[in-house]
Each structure stands twice: as C-alpha cells, then as structure tokens.
Ligand binder design. Structure first.
Ligand code: PMP
Length: 427
C-alpha cells in the first residue's frame, strides 16, 4: 500500500517537529493504530505479524499486564521514597531467578540508564575506569554509555578508556572460540594497562545481538570472565536483549554460559512496554557505591511500572513462556534452516529459543551488496505484512525475534513470507 496524504504529512511533521536525529523503519514507513498479541494493525485494519518484538515480549496489550497497569494507575502512582509492597514483590521475584549471591535489585527507566549505573558502580568498586566491549556492541545512549556503544556510528567516538574485542563467532572463526575470546580480553586488558588505565568492567550482551546473534557454544564466556576478575575488574551481563526467557532454556542469557556476573542489567521486555529497567548485583559490589552516594531516580520503580513488571514475571511462570520459547524456537530454527536448500543466498542460521539469525550473502553475480540484499528482503516482507530487521557489521544478518507467545502457525506464516521475499529479491 502506498502512503496516504496523512501519512506523508506526518513524515514531514516529524522532520519539522522532532528534528534530524529520529529514524523510521522501512523504505515505506508504517503507521499503527492498534496491537494485539503477535499482530499490529494499520489504520486500514491490515495486520502485520510482529516478528521483531523485544519489548512487548508477551505480545501486544497482554491482558494481565494491561489490567495490572490500569488498576495501579487508578490507585496510586508514586516513587521509591515511600513504602510500597510492589517494588519488594518485584525484587523478590527477580532475585529468585538468579543465584543467591545476587541479592539486590536497583531500578532505572531504560537499559541505557541501567548500563550507566552499572559503570558507576563498577568504577567505585574497582577504582578503575577501563571498559572492554565487543566490536559491534550496543549498550545505550547516555553520554557515558554512548562511549562504549560502537554501533551508534563513527561520529560518536569510543572513549579513550574503552577497548573492543572481536565478538566470539564460532561459525566464522572455527572452534576454540572460548580460548580466543579469553585471549582477546586479556590482550585488551594488557593494552589498557599499558596506557595507565585500570580495568573496571567487561560488559557483553550475552547473546551478542548487534554483533550478529552468537549463541554458540554455551559456556564460552567463562574464561573471559575469569580474565577480567583476575585483572581487578568486574563482569556485567547486559540482559536487555536475551533476558526474561527469550533463549528458552534459561531466564537469562548468561545462565547458558554457566557464569556468575557481578552485575546483571535488565530492560526492554521487563514491563512488556512500560519503561522499566534496572540491575541485579551482589552486596559487596554495590556496598561502597551505596555508602558514598544516594540513589534516587524519579520515575524509576514507580508503582505503576513495578505493577507491570510483577505481572510480566507472573505470566512468564504461569503460562510457561520459556517452554514455548524453547519449543517454538526450535521449530522456527528448523524451518528457517530448511530454506537454505531453496535459496543460495541463505548462509549460516543459528539461534537460541525465540532469537534466530540468518546470514544473507549476495552471490558474486549479483550487482548489490549483501547488506542491500538483506534490506530488500526485509522491505519485501514488510510489504507482505511481516516485520523483521537486520543486524551485524554489514547489516546482512536477519534478526528474527518474535514475541514469546509465537505459535507454530505463526512460524509457518513467517517462513512462507520469508521464502517469497528471498525469491523476489534474488530474481
Ligand atoms: N543494551 C542492549 C543490549 C540493547 O539492545 C539496548 C537497546 N537496544 C540497550 C542496552 C539500551 O536500552 P534502552 O534503549 O532501553 O536505553
């Protein structure tokens, strides 16, 4: 469908009113007026299958979350300076999903703020400032965090205290990814020290989303975590993407690796769309920070956001959401992998639970880059009513990340549309 005059006018108004930093998705931007479950609806009532959903992870407008929010907002919306049960219920619920060493929860309004706070705590704890990240990492938008988020673009330089290491991509670099990752982290530590910088933290997204989604082999983080601790730094697991059950077998991505982070940062799906994020940490890690600085964040931990997050945890347990992520995720992985025999451009396919990636490689005979081919597939799917996106350094990796209530029928629909888009884009 072509853009209506109203939609064209909204684009012009956005540019005028919101300025130049905002981006829309898709060559033909989308306008939605309603969401329900795995579906988004445009003003004409046309529905789109949302396969790009890392926030409203229980599905759009989940009835239990809607009820929890509306009840609470009609009763009381206030902050963490008053006693209230819900924030305690949330802390108990979250802390029961991790090992007993992680005993405190702190709340923020966004994943960026959570990583910003994690770094402040790391600096006080370690007396260092050095940060190690992967090459194509994304951790957020504050001034501090943008200095360790290389995907924001070349115009946002990395901090002088930041070192990058290659993301551990077993399928590209061969086996022994754990050893290589450890050695790379050790080399980064040595380089920091050479420049007189004491390491504060290694921070990774434990499924390496913006590096191309790298789930294999489980356990490969162990050596690197040891290395940063040996150097006096701490390990921060950024669970904004893999957290809250997405990977199927575990509530948190780091648990696939059998490591114990010093800080776990949380965000996106935590309130199924409500702005609530935060971190879990050990007492000894945050003790000095807590003694030396008070922490108050006006909106963070407000009663309404907490009610949403408590409802999210309840639904994940009651509806066995992780089982669904595991089972339907395995089916999705199998069906997407099967497309490789039909499409030469389909490269490596990998995933964990309902987080699947597929490399797209333009053939030599084609006149376009792999990234341009991938963009063409993503836009063709959008025209056919299915939403996904791309990631990776060359933007040639399909990022498939549906809500965790996705069904086998949804997978069949998704794969049929992907198949057609690959056909149309390589014709
Ligand atoms: N960490 C990771 C791994 C993320 O993907 C994101 C958001 N894309 C963030 C942090 C930042 O979260 P927010 O946008 O809520 O600030």
């Amino acid at each position: 469908a072509e853009l209506t005059a109203h939609q064209a006018s909204m684009i012009e108004q956005r540019d005028r009113l919101l300025g130049p930093a905002y981006r829309l998705m898709y060559q033909k931007p989308l306008h939605f007026v309603r969401g329900e479950g795995v579906w988004l609806y445009d003003p004409d009532g046309r529905r789109y299958l949302d396969t790009y959903n890392n926030v409203v992870s229980l599905g759009h407008c989940h009835p239990d979350v809607v009820e929890a929010i509306t009840k609470q907002v009609a009763t009381l919306c206030t902050n963490t300076r008053y006693l209230h049960e819900t924030i305690l219920e949330l802390a108990d619920g979250l802390l029961s999903t991790v090992s007993g060493d992680l005993s405190h929860m702190m709340l923020t309004c966004s994943g960026s703020e959570a990583n910003d706070l994690a770094y402040r705590i790391a600096k006080v704890r370690t007396g260092g400032t050095g940060i190690i990240i992967t090459e194509t990492a994304y951790h957020g938008i504050t001034d501090t965090v943008s200095q360790f988020s290389p995907t924001l673009g070349e115009a946002v330089p990395l901090g002088a205290h930041v070192r990058t290491v290659k993301a551990p991509a077993a399928y590209r670099s061969g086996p022994n990814v754990a050893d290589r990752f450890r050695r790379d982290v050790e080399a980064a530590i040595a380089d920091l020290k050479r420049h007189g910088i004491k390491p504060a933290m290694l921070i990774v997204d434990s499924i390496f989303t913006s590096d191309g989604i790298l789930p294999e082999e489980p356990g490969f983080l162990k050596g690197a975590v040891e290395a940063i601790r040996d150097a006096g730094g701490i390990f921060v697991a950024d669970e904004v993407q893999p957290g809250f059950g997405r990977t199927g077998n575990h509530m948190w991505g780091f648990q696939r690796h059998g490591v114990d982070p010093d800080i776990v940062t949380l965000g996106k799906p935590m309130g199924n769309g409500q702005p609530i994020a935060g971190l879990l940490t050990r007492h000894d890690v945050v003790e000095k920070f807590g003694r030396s600085s008070r922490y108050f964040n006006t909106f963070a931990g407000n009663t309404v956001s907490c009610a949403a997050a408590v409802a999210v945890l309840q639904v994940i347990r009651r509806d066995k959401i992780m089982d669904n992520a595991r089972e339907v995720g395995a089916y999705l992985l199998e069906k997407v992998s099967a497309l490789r025999s039909r499409h030469e451009c389909m490269g490596h396919v990998r995933g964990a639970g309902l987080f699947v990636a597929a490399d797209i490689n333009a053939e030599k005979a084609m006149q376009i880059s792999s990234g341009a081919l991938t963009a063409s597939v993503v836009n063709a799917m959008r025209d056919d009513g299915v939403l996904i996106s791309a990631c990776g350094e060359d933007h040639n990796i399909l990022k498939i990340r549906p809500p965790l209530i996705f069904t086998r029928d949804n997978v069949d629909h998704f794969v049929e549309v992907l198949d057609k888009a690959l056909e149309a884009s390589t014709r």
